[in-house]
Structure formats: structure tokens, C-alpha cells
Write a protein that binds this ligand. Structure first.
Ligand code: NAD
Ligand code: MLT
Length: 323
């Protein structure tokens, strides 16, 4: 048996379909891999994707492409799905596992960018920066309407203290905020090391002036922040979501803002994306960005390189780093 030839043949025949925009620099490891054919087809409809995936050996996506059971079942040759980013909630993992398709992601490459975006959104929310800029562009010089609040000496509640949550905690301490976090895996020792407090979810939401969520979206975290949880919060609390739409119940958030319970919300992610024409966007207390948490040159290069390398490793018969 000539394993070298078999391996070479496997690599030579690999068609890699890229269905979301990925950084060109990040694709370099794939372009340099011998015998790999890259097919870049972004912006496909679900029907177009089902067709395009038929011949693919690998599929590389960001968060836009929905890799549904239908897509996976249409993909006769598919061996690996690469997610250039963290969240794999756009991939039907059960269907992939049933077909023996391995899913790899890039868990570290955008941590810093997402943490920076969270802090930027919290600051913009506290100081009404987007609203004031819009008003100025409309030719108004209104200094009374946009009086904000300071971050200093406020309590930030962090739900989910993983990679991004922990980076947000470090930066918030730099703003002289107190931090209290809830994460089922957070120990008192680690919290002490980080100089933050630890609480149950209800304790965290009750103590915080600002609440930011950083969990994955899964069955257990869908609508983790719901009407009951809003009722337990301080009056005038501010909410930030730069993790995943669906962790916060958007209807409950709308009601909590309308009632005055929540003073404002900064949202980067939504239950349905693209998110346009939603009533939350009509509320002056809501500021939003179109899922830009990881949209920096550095993060996009980094996640594409990480996932590209893992896919090359896979076709090279080496263990992947981030299954
Ligand atoms: P991570 O896996 O490092 O951290 C997630 C943390 O959530 C873990 O510590 C885990 O223990 C905790 N957790 C799980 N279930 C929980 C629960 N029920 N309650 C509280 N905590 C719980 O992930 P990460 O890299 O920090 O990413 C966090 C989130 O941010 C993910 O949803 C990811 O998809 C999202 N994200 C968004 C952007 C963006 O562009 N907006 C960019 C990067 C990541
Ligand atoms: C992620 O989960 O990594 C983010 O949503 C970033 C992205 O895919 O753009």
C-alpha cells in the first residue's frame, strides 16, 4: 500500500467551496496547498448552495451561510466544514456527525476584536454617541438631550466568562467598573484571580448596571435573558449583546425598554439576520451594528488562516486543532 500516493491523491482531488467572504490573506495557506481547488461562491441562495455543495470536499463559511441538514445531505463528498469564527450555531452539527463530517472552527482569532467591540458598544450606549451623531448630522446642536452616564464605579454583569467574556472583564476593570460574572464553569478561585465577583445568573442580573452576554447560542441559552430575568434587574439597567441573537428574547427586551425598566440596549447580533426593519430599531434607546464584532482586518485574517490551516491539516491526514 502506498500511503503517500493515496494521501497526495486525496489532497489533489479536494474541492473547497467558500460560501461567505473570507480574508484574502487568510486564504493563502489554502492557495499554497498543493492540488486544492478553491471555489469562491458567496451570497448564494439556499437552493444555490445545495447545488454548489454537491461536489465539494470541504465547505468554508462564516456566520451567514446556514449549513442545514438539507445542505449536508446534498453534499456527497463533503468531509470537513470549516467555520471561520467561533459560533457553530449556523451548522447542523447533528446532521454533520451522522454523515461523519468533521466541523472545525477558529475559536481564538476574533476574541480580541469581539471584546473591543463590546466595550465600544457599552461606551457608545452609556454616552448616546450614535444618537448624538445622527442628531448633529441632521443639523441640530443638542447638548441637553444626550446626557449620559459614566462607567466608573458601575457594576458590569457578565453572563458567560469564556474567551470573550474574560477579555471584556479585564477591559471593564480598566474602566474602573466592578465586575460580577455568571458561568457554570467559573470557580471562586478563578474569579478571585481575576479580581471579579461571581454569582448565580439571578444574582448577576440583579446586581448589574450594565449586563453583557457572552455565551454560545444553544438550547440551554436560548432566551436566557427573558421577561422573568428583566423583572429581576435594576431599574435603568443597560444591556449589551455582541454574542448571539436569541440569547436575549427580543420581544421581552422591547417591552422592558418600552416600560422604562431597561434604559438602553446595544446590539450587534439578532435572532434573525440580516436584521432590518425591526421595531427594536425604532426605539431611540437602542443602538446597533450589523454583526460587526469580528469585523476587523486582524480578526478576519486570523480566523481564515486558522481554519484554512486546519482544513489543510485534515486533507494532509494530520490531527486538526479545533474540532
Ligand atoms: P467561549 O466558548 O470561549 O465562551 C463561552 C462561555 O459561555 C464558556 O465559558 C461557557 O462555560 C459559558 N456558558 C455556556 N453556557 C452558559 C450558560 N448557560 N450560562 C452562562 N455561561 C454559559 O466562547 P467565546 O469565544 O467567548 O464566544 C462567546 C460568544 O460570542 C459566542 O456566542 C460566539 O459565537 C460569539 N461571538 C460573536 C462575535 C460577533 O461578531 N459578534 C464574534 C466572536 C464571537
Ligand atoms: C463568530 O461567532 O465568530 C462571530 O459571529 C463572527 C463572525 O462569524 O463574523
Amino acid at each position: 500500500m502506498n500511503t503517500a500516493t493515496e494521501k497526495e491523491t486525496a489532497v489533489k482531488n479536494a474541492i473547497i467551496l467558500i460560501s461567505d467572504p473570507l480574508s484574502e490573506e487568510g486564504l493563502q495557506p489554502l492557495r499554497e496547498a498543493e492540488g486544492v481547488e478553491l471555489k469562491i461562491q458567496t451570497g448564494m441562495t439556499p437552493e444555490e448552495l445545495v447545488k454548489a455543495v454537491k461536489e465539494a470536499d470541504a465547505l468554508l463559511v462564516r456566520s451567514q451561510t446556514q449549513v442545514t441538514r438539507e445542505v449536508i445531505e446534498a453534499a456527497g463528498n463533503l468531509k470537513v466544514i470549516g467555520r471561520a469564527g467561533v459560533g457553530v450555531d449556523n451548522i447542523d452539527l447533528e446532521a454533520a456527525t451522522e454523515r461523519g463530517i468533521i466541523v472545525v472552527n477558529a475559536p481564538d482569532g476574533n476574541t480580541n476584536s469581539a471584546a473591543e467591540h463590546t466595550i465600544a458598544m457599552m461606551t457608545a450606549l452609556a454616552r448616546n454617541i450614535p444618537q448624538a451623531f445622527l442628531s448633529l448630522k441632521e443639523g441640530k446642536w443638542d447638548r441637553k438631550k444626550f446626557v449620559g452616564v459614566e462607567l466608573k464605579e458601575k457594576t458590569l454583569g457578565i453572563v458567560g466568562l469564556g474567551r470573550i467574556g474574560a477579555e471584556v472583564a479585564r477591559r471593564a476593570k480598566g474602566q474602573r467598573m466592578s465586575v460580577i460574572a455568571y458561568d457554570p464553569f467559573l470557580t471562586q478561585e478563578r474569579a478571585k484571580e481575576m479580581g471579579i465577583a461571581v454569582g448565580t445568573l439571578d444574582e448577576v442580573v440583579a446586581a448589574a448596571d450594565f449586563i453583557t452576554v457572552h455565551t454560545p447560542l444553544m438550547k440551554e441559552t436560548r432566551h436566557l435573558i427573558n421577561a422573568d430575568r428583566f423583572a429581576k434587574m435594576k431599574d435603568g439597567v443597560r444591556i449589551i449583546n455582541c454574542a448571539r441573537g436569541g440569547i436575549i428574547d427580543e420581544d421581552a427586551l422591547y417591552d422592558a425598554i418600552e416600560s422604562g425598566k431597561v434604559a438602553g440596549a446595544a446590539l450587534d447580533v439578532f435572532e434573525t439576520e440580516p436584521f432590518t426593519g425591526h421595531r427594536l430599531l425604532d426605539l431611540p434607546q437602542v443602538i446597533a451594528t450589523p454583526h460587526l464584532g469580528a469585523s476587523t482586518i486582524e480578526a478576519q485574517e486570523s480566523v481564515a488562516i486558522d481554519v484554512g490551516r486546519d482544513v489543510v491539516r485534515f486533507f494532509d491526514g494530520q490531527p486538526v486543532r479545533n474540532p
